[in-house]
Design a protein around this ligand. Structure first.
Ligand SMILES: Cc1cc2nc3c(=O)[nH]c(=O)nc-3n(C[C@H](O)[C@H](O)[C@H](O)COP(=O)(O)OP(=O)(O)OC[C@H]3O[C@@H](n4cnc5c(N)ncnc54)[C@H](O)[C@@H]3O)c2cc1C
Length: 506
């Protein structure tokens, strides 16, 4: 599994980056081969650290779980709790678990995966209320079955790639079959492996039907048999690699995809695979699940009173900040899946065009485009941009109800760029909420946008060395200290187009 620069600054904020890197190897590229080991295409990540400030890290999933779990006080987690139902009203939310225990809270965050029980309960309520779009009643698209495992330590003399201090991630696409398979090296001389079987529509529904009943050891054995004699990308056969894997570290999973439209209803909100399930081809599912958590935490952090209105504003802000990004990632992962394991004629043509007709420079630009989006936790010290690619500014959370009108004070911006940025952020903030603007504020904003050198705004801005971060904080402060209700009819801009516009700002 890999984590990219899109989430590693948050690991840094949490003080986890060093430990996460220790259990990983840097990922410098993916090579894709035909069965006769001819290179069909590759992704080159060698410049990734220089550009983004971080290596993409590749690790075995159990170790990352263990690291994250070890940082949470044990009394904060209840295990072996299976949620069966959820009830909510204007006062709170309650869940009932399979052991008949119940728990109450102000909000419920459903992070329970692609077949989320929380989502299913929520959607029943939304459907009853007539607010569930039809597309959310449709099931996930199942296109692949996949098996993954992590070996015990192997002999580096037999597999020389294990001696390198970077991960070797290689995939073979089968010919005359729907199979593809991959290996990648992780610390401790171990190898992560992955078998993928692309399903056609009839096998997809058959597999889905037997999802729960058939997937015992026998079903695993039949899938393993089918790949057993294939050459492993790392050397030897896949059978040898699989035989060196403890049974408890082998899992078989569906690779589904779907972007749900409804992410929250009442006091319940969904994050991660529960509301957007990507194909794992782009290494984005967990990264985006964590980005959801970061943005949701930012939105919730400012709530002083958990009223239904405040919760709704926070949930709406969370979804609006995340939806476009997850849609983009879903499309991107689908395209990468075609490139790295697709078996249909269309997939093969797409792969050929992508690897042979599109200049390498464009491919590389696409890789780095992603890393501009890297939201951080707003209430922890900010991590400056450690690379050379631009980082998109974060939208500040808009406090829904300001308890006391605050006196506006004055600040002089250090450069035109800062001022212009702040003004635009102001407009953007205002356009997100239902505020009515005072005449005084309107004049201030208008005069500022016409070249005045000062803007009435926040008294202090957190001194950080990254200019972009400082500008975002400033805009956030402007809003906080300029809380009079504002109604400016500004067209709501998309986050990405907003950022593009900002880049053009002198
Ligand atoms: C082969 C493969 C490779 C991948 N590689 C990458 C990668 O390199 N990078 C990346 O970012 N992502 C990757 N992903 C995607 C990533 O694993 C998922 O997107 C991520 O795990 C989603 O996290 P989640 O917390 O939303 O859901 P899950 O990880 O599915 O977690 C849901 C949790 O909820 C629990 N749960 C379910 N139902 C209930 C219930 N009723 N009551 C209580 N608990 C419940 C489950 O037991 C589970 O612990 C990969 C996925 C696959 C299949």
């Amino acid at each position: 599994m890999t984590f990219s620069a899109s989430i590693l600054p948050v690991f840094e904020q949490l003080g986890l980056l060093e430990e996460a890197c220790k259990l990983s190897l840097p990922f410098k590229g993916l090579q894709i081969y035909s069965m006769d080991m001819k290179l069909m295409g590759d992704f080159d990540f060698r410049k990734y650290k220089e550009k983004t400030g971080y290596d993409t890290i590749l690790f075995a999933r159990p170790e990352m779980h263990h690291l994250l779990l070890s940082k949470i006080p044990p009394n904060k987690i209840l295990i072996k709790k299976k949620i069966l139902s959820q009830l909510q009203n204007e006062h709170g939310v309650m869940i009932r678990c399979a052991d008949n225990t119940t728990y109450h809270g102000d909000i419920l965050v459903g992070a329970d995966g692609a077949y989320s029980a929380v989502r299913q309960c929520l959607y029943k309520q939304a459907e009853k209320a007539g607010v569930l779009p039809k597309c959310d009643t449709e099931s996930l698209n199942v296109g692949h079955v996949c098996m993954v495992g992590v070996t015990d330590p192997l002999d580096p003399e037999k597999y020389p790639a294990l001696k390198d201090d970077v991960s070797h991630f290689e995939r073979i696409i089968g010919a005359g079959t729907t199979h593809s398979w991959a290996t990648s090296t992780v610390p401790g001389n171990r190898v992560c492996w992955l078998l993928t079987d692309q399903l056609d529509s009839s096998t997809a529904s058959k597999e889905a039907m037997f999802k729960n009943s058939e997937w015992g050891p026998e079903a695993n054995a039949s899938m393993i048999r089918a790949y057993y004699d294939y050459q492993a990308p790392i050397g030897g056969t896949m059978g040898e690699i699989i035989d060196a894997t403890p049974a408890e570290l082998i899992s078989k999973v569906f690779l589904e995809e779907k972007l749900f439209e409804t992410w929250h209803y009442g006091r319940t909100v969904l994050i991660g695979d529960a509301c957007h399930k990507f194909l794992p081809s782009g290494g984005q599912g967990a990264v985006n699940a964590m980005q959801d958590a970061v943005i949701l935490a930012n939105c919730l952090y400012d709530i002083s009173d958990p009223t239904p209105e405040n919760i709704l504003t926070a949930f709406k802000s969370y979804r609006s900040q995340r939806y476009d990004q997850t849609k983009y990632q879903m499309d991107k992962c689908r395209k990468i899946a075609k490139m790295i394991w697709g078996q249909t004629i269309g997939d093969k043509i797409f792969r050929h065009v992508a690897f042979h007709c599109i200049p390498k420079a464009i491919q590389t630009r696409m890789i780095f485009k992603d890393t501009s989006y890297r939201p951080q936790v707003m209430f922890l010290p900010r991590i400056p941009n450690r690379g050379t690619v631009d980082v998109l500014p974060q939208i500040p959370y808009i406090q829904p109800l300001v308890p006391h009108p605050l006196k506006v004070s004055k600040v002089t911006f250090t450069s035109f760029d800062d001022r212009a940025f702040a003004i635009k952020m102001c407009y953007m903030c205002f356009s997100y909420g239902n505020y009515t603007e005072s005449q005084e504020d309107k004049q201030t904003l208008e005069s500022a946008s016409h070249g005045d050198t000062s803007l009435t705004t926040a008294p202090s801005v957190e001194p950080v060395d990254n200019a972009q971060v400082a500008r975002v904080s400033m805009a956030r402060e402007i809003y906080r200290f300029n809380p009079k209700p504002v109604l400016i009819k500004v067209k709501r801009m998309q986050y990405s187009s907003m950022a593009k516009e900002l880049e053009l700002t002198p």
